[in-house]
Design a protein around this ligand. Structure first.
Ligand SMILES: Cc1cc2nc3c(=O)[nH]c(=O)nc-3n(C[C@H](O)[C@H](O)[C@H](O)COP(=O)(O)OP(=O)(O)OC[C@H]3O[C@@H](n4cnc5c(N)ncnc54)[C@H](O)[C@@H]3O)c2cc1C
Ligand code: FES
Length: 299
């Protein structure tokens, strides 16, 4: 009896084992969810460090990563913090970031040198959907630090020049002392229709060039709205003024693309920190077609 029981137990165990094997062969594998995707920073070497002005610098990182113009990285230093910075280059060989020193993180990044390291995550967000604009004339309006993501657009257009018709650049700086991308301006002048403005003359100098806001350049310009797409990035007041001028020139909302800035934490649609009325600036933006965001512009 006991023997039988044992035997039975053995065979039951065996059948269970088989069942188990069978079960494990047929059961659906649980889907892998990568909870930390985009949250773990990578250590990246600085292969070039260029001081652009007293408070602006550009880092070139040894990072071969595919990205769209207008996307951004979360960049930081352990023990200090991290912040969102737009990719200002368009290359699959490296990543450039142009940064203005305004607080703890950006000042600490400004103290780094060529050969040093940053910790970065990304690329994040929706950049400029450049393939949609093939065959169009492009107008690029940038102010100060806002010229950084637009530099990525200009490099994209340079690499795909035959895809676009006329390219007009309107770039505004506070003064000639505040110019970022001075070297690039020389080459952009040869390739595109470049217009540069300075809000004011530099202090303690005999500068006698033109002085005025970039918005005035747009107001005075003769272009119409035909087959044109406009990218604007800069201080909110400048973007709003440019949009109002474009409206008077009969531009439609869907011809205008803007960049939104919000304080961010995760950078990848997980924490909700950057939300405006259900829109994640980090994931759905930072580049938006104007009509996608126009109702929330004061929020
Ligand atoms: C998508 C995106 C792309 C960006 N790209 C660039 C870039 O290419 N180059 C660059 O220099 N900066 C960029 N910024 C702004 C940059 O992230 C902030 O300047 C940075 O977070 C400041 O960090 P901090 O610790 O140095 O200063 P903090 O001490 O955190 O802030 C200093 C000052 O800047 C203000 N500030 C901080 N973060 C923001 C923000 N997100 N929007 C508006 N004001 C802010 C604060 O209110 C404060 O007045 C970008 C921001 C976003 C959201
Ligand atoms: S920054 Fe976390 S959701 Fe946008």
């Amino acid at each position: 009896m006991i023997k039988n029981k044992k035997t039975k137990t053995k065979s039951t165990k065996k059948s269970l084992k088989n069942k188990k094997v069978k079960k494990s062969r047929t059961a659906k594998k649980p889907q892998k969810v990568d909870l930390v995707y985009g949250l773990v920073p990578k250590k990246k070497k600085i292969i070039d460090f260029k001081r652009e002005t007293s408070i602006n610098f550009t880092l070139k990182l040894d990072w071969k990563v595919k990205h769209d113009p207008g996307q951004f990285m979360m960049v930081g230093i352990p023990g200090i913090g991290e912040c969102p910075i737009s990719i200002c280059s368009y290359s699959d060989q490296y990543v450039e970031l142009s940064i203005r020193e305004v607080g703890n993180v950006t000042k600490a990044l400004g103290n780094l040198k060529k050969g040093g390291f940053v910790f970065a995550r990304g690329p994040f967000g929706r950049g400029y959907p450049m393939h949609y604009f093939k065959g169009n004339n492009v107008i690029i309006v940038g102010g100060g630090c806002g010229i950084a993501p637009l530099k990525g657009v200009i490099e994209y257009i340079t690499k795909n020049r035959t895809d676009f018709k006329d390219v007009l650049l309107y770039l505004g700086y506070r003064s000639p002392d505040d110019v970022i991308f001075e070297e690039q301006l020389k080459s952009w002048e040869k390739k595109f229709c470049l217009n540069v403005s300075y809000d004011k003359a530099p202090a303690k100098s005999c500068y006698d060039g033109k002085v005025g806001f970039v918005t005035e350049l747009i107001r005075k310009s003769k272009f119409d709205n035909k087959n044109k797409i406009v990218f604007i990035c800069g201080p909110p007041i400048m973007m709003e003024t440019v949009i109002n001028i474009l409206k008077k020139k009969k531009f439609n909302n869907d011809q205008i693309y803007i960049s939104a800035e919000r304080r961010m934490q995760c950078g990848g649609g997980k924490c909700g920190h950057c939300m405006i009325h259900g829109v994640y600036v980090c994931k759905d933006g930072p580049v938006f077609r104007y009509d996608e965001l126009m109702d929330y512009k004061n929020d």
